[in-house]
Design a protein around this ligand. Structure first.
Ligand code: ZN
Length: 414
């Protein structure tokens, strides 16, 4: 049996018919629709000469035993955001399934290395606000204490939602056992951004996932009457924040792939007739280079103090969240570039702004890499998310090439 990329597209449509409504994909993790998608996937897998089981965090593992116990892992996720797209996560897994079928039918049924396909549980964190849940349990980066008490919009606890699906959060550390013999990890994903489409390229090589520094910045000035306070006597907290909102463009602009976003600005008292006495803004900064990220963070702090002083205000910073950049493995980047070039003629390397399961796997010390396929209009997490069918088929071919190259690479590693 040879690789059949058209089958992947057909299966993606089958899954869409089973788990989407007029608003988009509804495969939110730990819901009945998600479980239905997983049953559908398990039935497909049954036709292959593989072992399958769920680990302690609910990740679904499909293992094709090879001559060597060293394993190539291929990952994806069936869960979606509410009203999501048909490709985010599902493409990764179903392309991986097609690659697994091809490998299972060759090598006299026994490939040189073991090949494992994994459906990560709850990549999106859509219901409980905790992304990459299953892969972080696998990586050992997950803190049970921090997540046990999380609730969804209806007040259902994370712990209870998991239990309903047969997963006990206290058992999460057991998922680390799946790391045994893992020699490399590969993942295909839609880009979810506009870069490849703008460059006219179907496929791209992902350098890594960007690190994030996310803060609340609060400027303190003085509330005062809008009618009686002369312009030169004001301590306007919004004015200081507004200067910073423009300054972050040049802070990010010095670096090719860096981004800075002031996504929320709240003013107090927030009425038409008062000078703003307090302004709370959020700043999200991302880059693949830890040094660049640290520099942007420092420059934003300095700029905020300068603007606060200019407006006769003060400023304080509170960290909301941060994560270090996760660069992918040098050798695997090279193999991914070869696979992309052989399939589509040109290869471009780009970082990923969104976080992915691959970053958690890489943090566990397993050599990892991701490949992107173009997203039309750069839109994702929405029902209009789409990719040309010929590009989807090319992505399956490129992933298959990457799998072959990585299997060979694994055999050269001690
Ligand atoms: Zn995804």
């Amino acid at each position: 049996m040879s690789l059949n990329p058209q089958r992947t597209v057909a299966e993606l449509k089958e899954l869409r018919a089973l788990t989407a409504d007029e608003n988009g994909a509804q495969r939110v993790a730990w819901t009945d629709t998600w479980l239905r998608a997983r049953e559908w996937f398990a039935a497909k897998v049954k036709e292959l000469p593989v072992e399958q089981h769920r680990d302690a965090a609910g990740n679904h593992w499909v293992t094709l035993a090879g001559a060597s116990e060293k394993a190539l892992l291929i990952g994806g996720h069936l869960d979606s955001v509410p009203n999501g797209g048909w490709l985010d996560g599902a493409l990764d897994l179903l392309a991986g399934l097609e690659v697994l079928r091809r490998i299972a039918s060759g090598f006299g049924g026994r490939p040189p290395v073991t090949v494992r396909l994994v459906d990560w549980a709850d990549e999106e964190g859509a219901r409980f606000g905790r992304s990459v849940l299953g892969s972080s349990a696998f990586a050992g980066t997950h803190s049970i204490a921090a997540d046990r008490g999380r609730t969804d919009r209806d007040g259902v606890k994370l712990e209870d939602a998991l239990r309903r699906c047969g997963v006990e959060i206290d058992q999460f550390p057991e998922a680390r056992k799946e790391r045994k013999n893992a020699a490399a990890y590969i993942e295909l994903h839609i880009e979810q951004g506009p870069v490849l489409e703008r460059m006219g390229l179907p496929l791209g090589v992902v350098l890594g996932t960007k690190g994030v520094e996310r803060h609340i910045i609060t400027f303190h000035g003085q509330e005062a009457h809008a009618g009686s306070t002369p312009m030169n006597a004001r301590r306007d907290a919004l004015a200081a924040a507004a200067k910073l909102a423009l300054e972050i463009r040049s802070i990010a602009g010095k670096h090719e792939e860096a981004v800075c976003t002031m996504g929320s600005v709240k003013t107090f008292p927030g009425i038409a007739t008062a000078v703003v006495g307090r302004c709370e803004a959020t700043l999200d900064q991302r880059d693949l280079d830890a040094g660049v990220l640290a520099q942007m963070y420092r420059e934003a702090q300095e700029a905020s103090r300068r603007f606060a002083a200019e407006e006769n205000c003060t400023v304080e910073w509170t960290r909301l969240w941060n994560i270090e950049p996760v660069p992918f493995h040098k050798d695997l980047l090279e193999l991914c570039e070869q696979a992309v070039r052989e399939t589509s003629g040109a290869a471009h390397r780009l970082p990923s702004g969104p976080l992915h399961d691959a970053a958690e796997v890489a943090r566990a010390g397993i050599p990892s890499v991701m490949m992107f396929v173009q997203s039309l209009k750069g839109i994702s997490h929405n029902k209009i998310e789409d990719t040309r069918e010929e590009h989807l088929e090319m992505a399956v071919v490129a992933l298959d090439r990457l799998a072959s190259k990585t299997m060979e690479w694994i055999l050269t590693q001690r």
